[in-house]
Design a protein around this ligand. Structure first.
Ligand code: PLP
Length: 370
């Protein structure tokens, strides 16, 4: 079985983590404990950001960042038409209004379309106040273009870096380029803990201060509330798990990149497969390894691989903007997002996939097209 779930392998030796949890229990330092601070310091240092703030989830990381940047109910927020539901959920939880732009061949937002969307929305109910670029699959968005538009229109940029820890855009780490960057520590993400968890990075002292209030009910101290916030703290036990993962973050990233390169090399030869274009100035981290095949072959290929014990998946068969829940929010159409929904296939690329497993996957794909 070439499976997606590698967590039993990742945590095959949990004893050192249990030891630290036992020590924590002796102290009772459960809520925003010292280990949360230790984790934040190490996370910030790993990413080269000034501040890291641990929160309850990646979704909350986006929501709190938008709030800290002053985004209010009704404000327009531009994002990609093909992201995971959480990006949209976070925007809508604040009462803000998601506005979609289409994607390009590398699965991320087509930044050439942002200006047009902003201009169009000037006639809409409320103007655009922020952009949430999503580094989907671990592939960086063209951030120079996003930042140029942001300057021109005075917009806040919250990077959804939930799938892209340690991805690089022109030597810069994704998540540290905009005003805030949101990360997820969900068990399915590249750096994962045992439950929900999230982190926000920012280089702004002002936002860092606001975010620390917002995650803890807006409490300045035990008795004083300065703003109304949320209950969204990174759990101290999960911070302990995270502290055991962070020292391996670079090695995990490198392994995923090597695995992706190996797939690239062998799948490029197949005339039915379209790989995302390679950009010299980007280093993707392959949260997902995704390629496209002609629409009519997509579901048969996924079924074929599943029957051969390979957990191939589709991210996602129904684009978020077409989901029933968004009927009232979005009436537009995004042709390239639709094409991708019909053509994409994801195969396991994590740090535990072995070369023989990759060869097996490659051979089964070749066999299918033969
Ligand atoms: C996983 C994910 C999130 C949300 O993260 P959670 O920790 O599950 O709340 C947001 N955006 C994207 C693109 C994601 O993949």
């Amino acid at each position: 079985m070439v499976s997606y779930n590698y967590l039993p392998k990742q945590f095959i030796n949990p004893e050192p983590i249990f030891d630290d949890i036992r020590e924590l229990i002796k102290t009772g330092d459960f809520t925003l404990g010292q280990k949360v601070t230790d984790f934040e310091v190490q996370f910030a240092s790993l990413l080269g950001a000034k501040h890291a703030i641990g929160v309850g989830s990646g979704t909350d990381a986006i929501k709190l960042s938008l709030k800290a940047c002053g985004i209010k109910a009704g404000d327009g927020v531009i994002t990609a038409a093909n992201t995971f539901v959480a990006t949209i959920g976070a925007i809508c939880e604040l009462g803000a209004r998601p506005v979609f732009v289409d994607v390009q061949a590398n699965y991320v937002m087509d930044t050439g379309l942002i200006r047009k969307a902003i201009e169009k929305e000037k006639k809409g109910p409320t103007p655009i106040k922020a952009i949430v670029p999503v580094h989907f699959t671990g592939e960086p968005v063209e951030m120079d273009e996003v930042m140029n538009v942001a300057k021109e229109y005075d917009l806040k940029i919250i990077e959804d870096a939930c799938q892209s820890i340690l991805a690089k855009y022109k030597e810069k780490t994704c998540g540290t380029i905009g005003h805030c960057g949101a990360f997820s520590l969900h068990p399915l993400k590249n750096i994962n803990v045992w439950a929900d968890g999230g982190v926000i990075v920012t280089n702004s002292d002002e936002y860092a201060k606001k975010l620390k209030l917002l995650r803890n009910h807006g409490l300045k101290n035990r008795d004083e509330v300065t703003v109304l916030g949320f209950n969204s703290r990174l759990d101290t036990i999960q911070a302990i798990v995270g502290l055991h993962l962070l020292p391996h973050a670079l090695e995990i990233t490198k392994k995923r990149q090597e695995n992706a390169k190996y797939y690239d090399k062998h799948l490029a030869a197949c005339e039915f497969i379209t790989l995302p274009p390679h950009r010299e100035h980007c280093e993707p981290v392959y949260h997902l390894y995704m390629f496209r095949v002609p629409s009519k072959w997509r579901n048969p290929l996924v079924d074929y691989l599943n029957n051969q014990s390979i957990e191939a998946k589709v991210h996602y068969p129904i684009p978020i903007y077409r989901q029933e829940a968004l009927d009232l929010i979005c009436q537009d159409h995004f042709p390239f997002t639709d094409i991708q929904a019909d053509q994409v296939v994801s195969i396991p690329v994590d740090q535990h996939v072995t070369r023989p497993e990759q060869d097996y996957v490659i051979d089964r794909i070749a066999e299918f097209f033969a």
